[in-house]
Design a binder for this molecule. Structure first.
Ligand SMILES: [Zn+2]
Length: 179
């Protein structure tokens, strides 16, 4: 389940930041959002999204909820927001057997479309990160002018930035400030 972490952050980051990587962000909308998210999500999810007529609107709603959970101010608020998502998307566990893999547990949501199914999966993945690692593993990029979110699955919980570009920017800024 925690394998979904990069995809969860990707969806939130496609839609919700005002600033990203030092520049004003342009939220992905409509077909552009569905195409970009499908490319990140892989063929199984991409195929399911093609059957959802208003996928972009539903993905935007999910992205906003994910950002709210990832940027909650306190551990109690993080838990409350993830609990609300699991309830809203009606996440329920069931065993599936994917090709070439033994049976394993999925937590699809039971809402109307593939997006709600994904919402249940993502909400449960966030809950498992909090359960296994702690709510301090969910966060927002500390680089200047960036509101990218991340899920930190590093061994020592050392992550502070949304990706390699912001890590490099922050290092450069720190170097310059020492000159
Ligand atoms: Zn960043």
């Amino acid at each position: 389940m925690t394998a979904q972490a990069p995809l969860i952050a990707e969806l939130a980051n496609l839609v919700t930041p005002t600033w990203r990587g030092g520049s004003p962000a342009r939220p992905a909308q409509g077909d552009e959002l569905v195409t970009a998210f499908s490319a990140a999500a892989g063929e199984r999810i991409a195929a399911a999204l093609r059957d959802v007529p208003d996928a972009a609107t539903r993905l935007t709603t999910l992205a906003v909820a994910l950002r709210d959970a990832l940027t909650a101010p306190t551990p109690a608020e993080t838990a409350a927001r993830i609990n609300a998502m699991m309830s809203r998307y009606a996440a329920r566990p069931y065993l599936v057997e994917d090709e070439d893999q033994p049976f394993h547990l999925h937590f699809h949501g039971s809402g109307e479309t593939a997006v709600e199914a994904l919402g249940g999966e993502f909400a449960t993945a966030l809950a498992l990160v909090v359960d296994g690692y702690g709510s301090n593993r969910l966060g927002m990029c500390e680089a200047r002018r960036c509101e990218g979110v991340y899920i930190d699955l590093t061994r020592n919980g050392s992550r502070r930035y949304c990706g390699p570009a912001c890590t490099a920017r922050a290092k450069t800024a720190a170097y310059r400030s020492r000159q």
